[in-house]
Design a protein around this ligand. Sequence first.
Ligand SMILES: [Zn+2]
Length: 97
Amino acid sequence: MFDGYLNVAKSCKSCGLSYGFADSGDGAAWFVMLFVCVVGVGSILGVEIAYAPPYWVHILLVIPVLILMPLLLLRPVKGFLLCQQWKTKAREGRTGS
Ligand SMILES: [Zn+2]
């Protein structure tokens, strides 16, 4: 489905389905950002409240979590949203008549 990290391929390599319909916009980034902010900041606050570690521990824990989690989640979430877009035949909204 992907041609590179996040670029959508022109068509499916298995069945030839054209991905011309695919336009998830910034939906995947939005969902990943929401999840990472809630889980990431929640766990950071949890560690601070439970253990009160020195700041360098926060840096060692937080930077990998806040960088790696979005990188790991962005591709599967985008794939899921594109599959849902195809399944429900969702298209961009139109205004006027
Ligand atoms: Zn296919």
